[in-house]
Design a protein around this ligand. Structure first.
Ligand SMILES: Nc1ncnc2c1ncn2[C@@H]1O[C@H](COP(=O)(O)OP(=O)(O)O)[C@@H](O)[C@H]1O
Ligand SMILES: [Mg+2]
Length: 512
């Protein structure tokens, strides 16, 4: 490739979004795309891959830096400018209009001067593309009637229709999950025909399988560009995550005999007034993690809400440290030492209009050291909030001048985890605690839960993620249609069994 001129080059690309972050979302990124190469753009969620792709294809303007096409500086004001220079992007979310066919979608998208393109001619050109690239969709079908994989093919064909020289694919997950090998072969043939492909993914194995070179981004920074044949998984992991190895989760202590939470024959209605929690009973001991697996919507939310006082039980009891807390006020339950990481972070986890600092101490704001009499002690709150933000790597523009509303879901979750655990609760009720976090934050959260367990905290962990359930739980329960259908020691079961229970509600295959 040396000596060759890249079709596209981005040099020192920076992007900031007005008023939102004090840091750059992209911070001096360099990237070159050569004809005939498949270039993987690899990075965790939030690394900046999509933003970079949008800049290279003209959807976003850049804050600083320069794009070159065949060595000449260019300025893209719109995606049409990108396409005119031969750069086409297939977005992660499908963009075609459902009630129309692919050819009709292409006709709608053409500049009005090009309306002379009749549908049959568009279809003819598409058929030629089918032959050339071995990508086919039903031309008579409406987009909405195609499968997810076919819809993604249609998106790609729509971009190919414009005869790009660079094809950017932002996490084409439907095609990868359905027909990986075949899809990668097609991409290779496209590249062999001279096309340059920028393939965006957060999965190392995909980058290794499909590409000639790999550019790694981490939190908006360019960590390096490597030849695929000269790298390996270990190097890519350290580029993606820094000098970071996931912690070993070991359990030293066994749970004590002391029961912290006991739930007896609990039933509750959902918001539609239907019985959504049916006669559920279990106990959690000090230093024990009980994982509740289940597909969301099988009564887990109602269970968590009844335990934390946010929903009334219509039957049964909630006993915490041998005292009856059934239908007690949420404040009383907090005072009993129950921490809650709710599923609905923004609605009930934080007060979105409040500054970040106040949210960090929300549950203790009226108490020392954060208040004295009726006055807030700003210094003490700031000190504590700073410590927490640093410990959990939350990206917060300003503790006092930013409303919590503007934080990303991942950052709100980091603050909630910190707030709910720093005081060492008696019982931690956690619903989907790592949902939306990146791999590093997930393993840090798991580590935190294991540490709390070792310190004797009882934990109710509701999750859909079986890796999480199996990494953390001492015992595993499965909820199905409002019932707790089993509770079993982790060592006595396996992921397949639990997955089967989650979807069928029974140990036996149903008779047809
Ligand atoms: N329109 C926007 N306004 C403000 N911030 C944004 C916008 N789009 C993306 N971001 C932020 O930029 C960062 C990178 O996002 P993105 O490029 O979508 O990541 P990736 O595709 O690697 O998962 C994230 O922190 C995201 O919150
Ligand atoms: Mg993305």
């Amino acid at each position: 490739m040396s000596g060759q001129i890249p079709i596209v080059e981005g040099r020192g690309i920076c992007k900031g979004f007005a008023g939102v972050w004090t840091h750059l979302v992209l911070d001096h990124i360099d990237i070159t795309l050569f004809p005939g190469e498949i270039h993987a753009l690899l990075g965790e969620n939030g690394a900046g891959k999509t933003v970079l792709a949008n800049i290279l294809s003209g959807f976003y303007t850049l804050t600083e830096g320069q794009i070159f096409v065949e060595g000449k500086p260019v300025v893209f004001k719109s995606p049409r400018d990108g396409l005119r220079h031969g750069i086409g992007m297939v977005h992660q979310e499908l963009a075609l209009v459902g009630p129309f066919t692919l050819a009709e979608n292409i006709a709608i998208g053409l500049p009005s001067l090009d309306l002379k393109w009749p549908i049959p001619e568009i279809e003819e050109r598409l058929r030629a593309l089918f032959e050339k690239f071995k990508l086919r969709v039903d031309l008579k079908a409406k987009i909405e009637d195609l499968s997810a994989g076919e819809q993604q093919k249609a998106e790609i064909l729509k971009v190919l229709f414009h005869q790009p020289r660079v094809l950017i694919l932002d996490e084409p997950t439907s095609l990868i999950s359905q027909e990986t090998q075949q899809f990668f072969k097609i991409l290779r043939e496209m590249a062999d025909s001279g096309l340059s492909i920028l393939f965006i993914t957060h999965k190392i194995e995909e980058a290794l399988a499909v590409s000639d070179r790999i550019t790694v981004l981490r939190l908006g920074k360019h960590m390096g560009t490597v030849k695929t044949t000269q790298t390996n998984e270990a190097e890519l992991i350290s580029l993606m995550f820094g000098e970071y190895t996931p912690p070993q989760l070991e359990r030293k202590k066994t749970p004590s005999k002391e029961v912290v939470l006991e739930v007896q024959n609990l039933s509750a209605l959902n918001s539609k007034g239907e019985v959504a929690l049916k006669d559920v009973s279990f106990a959690i001991r000090k230093g024990e993690i009980l994982g509740i697996a289940g597909i969301a919507g099988n009564g887990q939310s109602e269970l968590v809400e009844v335990i934390t006082g946010l929903r009334k039980a219509i039957k049964g009891k909630v006993i915490i440290n041998n005292q009856d807390y059934t239908n007690a006020h949420p404040r009383k339950i907090i005072e009993a030492g129950v921490a809650h990481i709710p599923e609905k972070r923004r609605e009930i986890g934080v007060v979105e209009q409040m500054p970040v600092a106040e949210n960090v101490v929300l549950k203790d704001i009226g108490e020392a050291p954060f208040s004295k009499g009726s006055f807030l002690r700003i210094g003490a709150i700031t000190k504590h909030a700073k410590k927490i933000v640093r410990k959990f790597d939350a990206l917060v523009p300003d503790l006092w001048h930013s409303q919590t509303r503007i934080l990303s879901g991942g950052n709100i979750q980091r603050l909630l985890l910190a707030r709910e655990t720093w005081k060492k609760p008696t019982l931690l009720v956690a619903a989907y605690p790592t949902h939306g976090l990146d791999a590093k934050a997930i393993s840090r959260t798991w580590r935190l839960f294991m540490d709390l367990r070792e310190e004797g905290v009882a934990i109710l962990l509701v999750s859909e993620d079986l890796d999480e359930i199996f990494s953390l739980s001492d015992r595993i329960g499965v909820m199905f249609e409002g019932r707790l259908i089993t509770v079993i020691d982790r060592e006595e079961t396996d992921k397949n069994t639990i997955a089967f229970l989650m979807t069928s509600g029974s140990f036996q295959k149903k008779q047809k």
